[in-house]
Design a protein around this ligand. Sequence first.
Ligand code: SAH
Length: 217
Amino acid sequence: MSRDRILKAMSRVPRERFVSPTLESLAYADYPLPIGGEQTISSFETVVLLCTALLLRGGERVLEVGTGSGYQAAVLAELGCKVYSVERVAELSRGARKLLDRLGYLRVLVRLGDGADGWPEYAPFDRIVVTAACPDVPRPLTEQLAHGGILVLPVGGRKSQRLVRITRRMSGQFMQAALDQCNFVPLLGKWGWAEEPHCARVPRLSGGVLPGGGPWG
Ligand code: SAH
C-alpha cells in the first residue's frame, strides 16, 4: 500500500484525541508522546513505517500487540483491516476501547492480556504487528500467522531494535527480512522483559520542555 494511501487513512484519524488534552498541540510532532501507564503513542512516522512494512492490500485480519492509545488500531481500521488488538495494561485497554467506541471504530476488537500469546480464538491472522520491542520472536505469533501472512515486529535490545518482517509463504516456510533501525518501548511478560518499573519510565513533560530521547516507541 502506498505512503499516499496510508497518509490519507491517517488524516481521517484525529490523532489529537489519542493523546492527553494537555499534549494536543504536540499530537502531530514527530516523536512519541506519553499516554499514561508509562507508555507512549508511537510517533506519526513510526505508524507510517509499520503500516508500510505490513504490505497491506486492505481487508486483512490484523492482530496488533500493544493497543496503547488505540491510534495504530484506528489507522489499520481506516486502511480497511479487521483489527484484533491486545494490551497488557488495564487502564490503557479500557481507555482505548472507550475512545475507539466514541469515534465509531466498532470493528476493532480489544482484549486485555499478554499479546505475545496472540489471540488463538481468532487465529490465523493475515498480518501481525507488534508495537513493543521484543528480545526475540514470540513463538505463538509465528504459529498464529496465516500461510501467506506477514508478521512485523521490532527485535533487539531494550533501547534499540531492528524492525523485522517475517513472511510465511503459502508452503508454510518462513522468510525473514531486516528493515529499519527503531526504538520502541519494551514488550513485557514471558516473551519479553521482566517488569522493572525504573527501566521503561517515560520522563514527565513539564513547562513545555520536550525530552530528547529514550526508549520510546
Ligand atoms: N500501538 C500503540 C503504541 C504502543 S506502545 C498506539 O498506537 O498508541 C506499546 C504498548 O505495548 C504499550 O501500551 C504497552 O503497555 C504494550 N505492551 C507491552 N508488553 C505487552 C504485552 N506483552 N502484551 C500486550 N501489550 C504489551
